[in-house]
Ligand binder design. Structure first.
Ligand SMILES: Nc1ncnc2c1ncn2[C@@H]1O[C@H](COP(=O)(O)OP(=O)(O)OP(=O)(O)O)[C@@H](O)[C@H]1O
Ligand SMILES: [Mg+2]
Length: 309
C-alpha cells in the first residue's frame, strides 16, 4: 500500500481521537509510504476531499461519527476506483464502526486499523444516495428528530430510548405500498426500516438474519407500534425465533419500490434530507473496509443462525 488519507471531523461527538491524529498518522506512516491528514472545514468538505483524492490513495480513514462516514461513503460509492475505507469511531453513536466490530476503545481501534484486516460489505442505494446501516420512515424519523442534542451528547444511545418513549405515546400512521422482487405490501403502517447492517442509533436492531455481506436488505414493516410488536422484535432476536404477530412484517429483499401517502422524510443512516417515493437496491460487496477482530466470527455466527430459522 502506498498512500492513505485520514479525514477527520473536528466537531464530531467524541473528541478523544482528535488530539491523537498526528500519532495515528505517524503509526500508519510506518506501514504506508505516504499518509496525508485532512481536517474537514465544514459539512460537505469531507465529500469534496474524497472526490479530489480517491484516485490517488489506497485507503481512506474516517475519524468521526456516522454523519462523517455517511458523507464519505456517498462520495466513495459512485467511483469506479474505491479505496479501502477504515473507520475510527469519533462520533456519539458510531453505528458503522460497531457493525464492523471496530472497538469503541481508541487504543484498540487504532490497533485494529494498523492490523488492516479487510473484507467487502454490501451497500444500500436509494435514489442515488448510499447507506451502510439503515433506511427508515415513520416513527424512526420522529424519534431521531426529537433527540435533544444536549441529551445526545451526554447520554449517547440512551437518548434514543428516551426519545422513543416520548414519541411512542401517539405514533401516527401513514399509507404504505412496498413492492420487492418477491413480496408486496399495501396498507397502513407506523414505521418501516430497511436494514443493511445491524445497528440503528447505537442500538442493535433486532432483525434475526441481518448481515452486511448477504446481498440482501432486511425489511421490517411495523403496522402498529404496540408494545406487543416491540416485544416481538426484541424477543425474536433474543430467542432466535420469529414470533411476529400481525403488527409486524419481516422479509429480505434485493430491491424495493416504496411509495407513501403523504410523502415522508427519510432517515438514512441518521441523515434526513430525502423524501419518499423511493427505489432501493443493494450493491453486494461494493465497499472494501477494515474490520474489527470479531467481525468474521460474528458473520459466521449469523450464517449459522440463518440455517436454524
Ligand atoms: N468542520 C465541520 N464543521 C461543522 N460540521 C462538520 C464539519 N465537518 C463535518 N461536519 C458535519 O458534522 C456532522 C456531525 O458529525 P458526525 O455525525 O460524524 O458526529 P456525531 O453526530 O457526533 O456522531 P454519530 O452520528 O455517530 O452519533 C456531520 O453531518 C458532518 O457532515
Ligand atoms: Mg451524527
Amino acid at each position: 500500500m502506498n498512500r492513505a488519507a485520514i479525514i477527520a471531523n473536528p466537531v464530531a461527538g467524541n473528541k478523544d481521537l482528535l488530539h491523537r491524529l498526528e500519532s495515528i498518522q505517524q503509526a500508519l506512516s510506518k506501514q504506508i509510504n505516504e499518509v496525508i491528514l485532512y481536517k474537514t472545514s465544514s459539512k460537505g468538505n469531507g465529500a469534496q476531499i474524497v472526490q479530489s483524492i480517491a484516485h490517488q490513495v489506497d485507503m481512506i480513514v474516517s475519524v468521526g461519527g456516522d454523519g462523517t462516514v455517511h458523507e464519505l461513503i456517498n462520495a466513495l460509492c459512485p467511483l469506479e476506483h474505491r479505496p479501502i475505507l477504515a473507520i475510527l469511531p469519533g462520533g456519539t453513536c458510531n453505528d458503522f464502526s460497531r457493525t464492523l466490530c471496530i472497538s469503541q476503545d481508541p487504543d484498540e481501534a487504532i490497533e485494529q486499523l494498523l492490523a488492516r484486516n479487510t473484507t467487502h460489505i454490501d451497500v444500500g442505494k436509494h435514489n442515488g444516495n448510499y447507506f451502510l446501516n439503515f433506511w427508515g420512515i415513520g416513527l424512526i424519523t420522529q424519534v431521531s428528530e426529537r433527540i435533544d442534542p444536549d441529551i445526545k451528547r451526554d447520554w449517547g444511545r440512551l437518548a434514543y430510548y428516551i426519545s422513543a418513549f416520548q414519541t411512542f405515546a401517539e405514533p401516527p400512521s401513514f399509507f404504505l405500498e412496498v413492492e420487492s422482487e418477491s413480496n408486496y405490501f399495501r396498507g397502513n403502517a407506523t414505521m418501516m426500516i430497511v436494514g443493511n447492517g445491524s445497528y440503528v442509533g447505537g442500538m442493535e436492531t433486532y432483525f434475526p438474519r441481518t448481515s452486511v455481506q448477504d446481498g440482501y436488505l432486511d425489511v421490517l414493516i411495523i403496522r402498529k407500534a404496540s408494545l406487543e410488536a416491540i416485544h416481538a422484535i426484541i424477543s425474536s432476536h433474543l430467542l432466535d425465533q420469529r414470533p411476529y404477530g400481525e403488527d409486524l412484517l419481516y422479509f429480505q429483499a434485493k430491491s424495493l419500490r416504496i411509495t407513501t401517502s403523504p410523502s415522508l422524510k427519510i432517515d438514512c443512516d441518521g441523515e434526513k434530507n430525502t423524501f419518499t417515493p423511493t427505489q432501493l437496491t443493494v450493491l453486494p460487496r461494493h465497499l472494501q473496509v477494515v474490520m474489527g477482530n470479531d467481525f468474521i466470527h460474528r458473520s459466521s455466527c449469523l450464517s449459522f443462525k440463518d440455517l436454524s430459522v
